[in-house]
Ligand binder design. Structure first.
Ligand code: G6P
Length: 487
């Protein structure tokens, strides 16, 4: 996909009826030596979720290309208008690597890694959020729906409302929202809460995230709350708009994964993967971005101890760990990579044999067909996050297993655990002994029990797919009563 085209506008009024605002555009950009720009569709979950609604609604997508200093006109691709927002290298450092990924990310994931609070990062976050809000305001038709996504853009709803009080604004937080006792560490907690309250509807992954947010509103502002409804008062204390905060658990394109995994090519590839691994009795699989929230070290530690204890052995069992590169300029991620790689090296050195590695560690990302083959090949899927908004890998594994085989080990601290229990074997990744017992139980689970659990899981994952998620969010947003004032 490439190009730069004229923008398609809605028939009724200038501008687009649906505008999505997300940190990333749904395409990756390549800039060649002569400065030529080309765009390739990136296979992220969000674009899959929104593609059908975007196509139907005549939509525009505002986002960053992922490259520094790239200036590019809006262009048409896959029946939507893509609107690139330019970020300088310094803004990438302050807004993206700094405030988004070294302040908010660790704070919202229960301070697993210590958040850093820097005033320059906050200034960059504010400035960049303003730019996104202006870009969205410029594209939206009168009365349009604007859907803003994730922790990188929490000031956009309020900024957008100031620019365009006619819009209907939704916000979805893809990551957890922390307890107020943690959230209140943030020096700019008031601005973030007020920023989000610019929306009409604020969606979260779990009911617990929505109630954490409502508690923060009660504790940190003068607005009144009643259940999920927040009444945003104006500066003189007069009641104004109603904002709803509620759970809308995200999902995947289940039918797509199911189809992929049923294709002869993927099935052949799954067999090939097992053969390449020496046809182990039990193949375990971990698939994560290389992120400290994912509990990769806890998982590998538990696995290493099971080899040490002789409860698993490399002649019969192997672990494949896919760790896709992520946020490599952020120090906490560099440290994690060091730690994981030292640990993998130590376990392989100690327990590996010629022809039998204890752990196959792959620091790559793979296309969906290869992922489907890995899922299909794996007897046990290990999802051991210390904190995770949802975890879509768990759902992809289930969607790929139309053979009703395989065991999902799932951390209690994922949004997916709230939805999928009691199908998975739930674990607490902090409890290494408990997790070891669960991994052994998964490795030995009889096929009948596997089938019973996988059926349950599949019923849920197939029914609640990502199209249903976006329809239900947009359905609630557009059905909300008209605003009573422009507070
Ligand atoms: C999480 C976030 C997304 C983000 C993704 C990849 O899923 O919720 O907003 O896009 O991680 O991270 P990156 O920093 O590469 O965009």
């Amino acid at each position: 996909m490439s190009g730069q085209g004229s923008s398609k506008k809605s028939d009724s009024s200038p501008g687009y009826d649906l505008v999505v605002v997300a940190n990333r555009l749904p395409v990756d950009v390549t800039v060649d030596a002569s400065g030529g720009v080309s765009w390739q569709r990136s296979p992220g979950g969000l674009v899959t979720a929104l593609e059908p609604v975007m196509r139907e609604a005549d939509g525009a997508w505002v986002g960053w290309s992922g490259a520094p200093d790239l200036e590019h006109e809006p262009f048409e691709a896959d029946e939507m208008l893509l609107v690139p927002v330019t970020l300088s290298r310094a803004e990438i450092e302050g807004y993206y690597e700094g405030f988004a990924n070294d302040t908010l990310w660790p704070l919202y994931h229960d301070v697993i890694s210590p958040p850093a609070y820097h005033r320059q990062w906050w200034d960059a976050y504010r400035r960049v959020n303003q730019r996104f809000a202006e870009a969205a305001a410029a594209q939206a038709a009168e009365g349009a729906v604007v859907w803003v996504h994730d922790y990188q853009l929490q000031l956009v709803p309020r900024m957008l409302r100031d620019l365009r009080p006619d819009l209907r604004i939704g916000f979805f937080e893809h990551i957890p929202f922390p307890a107020v006792e943690l959230f209140q560490q943030l020096p700019w907690r008031h601005q973030i809460v007020e920023g989000l309250l610019g929306a009409d509807l604020i969606g979260f992954q779990r009911g617990g995230d929505a109630s954490n947010f409502v508690r923060s509103v009660r504790r940190l502002t003068k607005h009144t709350t009643r259940g999920p409804i927040i009444t945003v008062n104006d500066e003189d204390g007069r009641p104004g708009r109603h904002v709803r905060a509620a759970a809308f658990p995200i999902s995947i394109d289940s039918a797509h994964f199911d189809r992929l995994a049923r294709s002869p090519e993927v099935q052949a590839r799954a067999k090939e993967i097992r053969a390449d691994l020496g046809d182990p009795e039990v193949m375990m699989l971990g698939v994560d971005r290389l992120d400290y929230t994912k509990g990769i070290r806890h998982r590998i530690k538990a696995y290493g101890e099971l080899l040490q204890d002789g409860r698993l052995d490399v002649g019969h069992c192997t672990l494949v760990q896919v760790a896709s590169p992520s946020r490599e300029n952020v120090e906490a991620y560099q440290e994690l990579r060091e730690h994981v790689e030292v640990l993998v090296g130590r376990i392989n050195g100690e327990f590996g044999e010629l022809g039998h590695s204890a752990i196959h560690y792959l620091h790559h990302s793979y296309p969906p067909a290869e992922m489907a083959a890995l899922y299909l090949a794996a007897d046990v899927m290990l999802v051991t996050s210390l904190r995770d908004g949802m975890n879509l890998v768990a759902k992809e594994y289930v969607a790929a297993r139309s053979d009703e085989r395989g065991v999902l080990v799932l951390s209690e601290f994922t949004g997916a655990a709230d939805e999928l229990a009691p199908g998975p074997l739930l674990c607490n990744p902090h409890d290494i002994d408990g997790m070891k017992d669960i991994i052994v139980a998964a490795a030995h689970m009889d096929p009948k029990e596997q089938r019973r659990r996988m059926r349950r899981l599949r019923r849920k994952v197939v029914a609640d797919d990502v199209a249903k998620w976006s329809q239900s969010f947009l359905g609630v947003l557009t059905a909300m009563p008209p605003r009573t004032s422009h507070v």
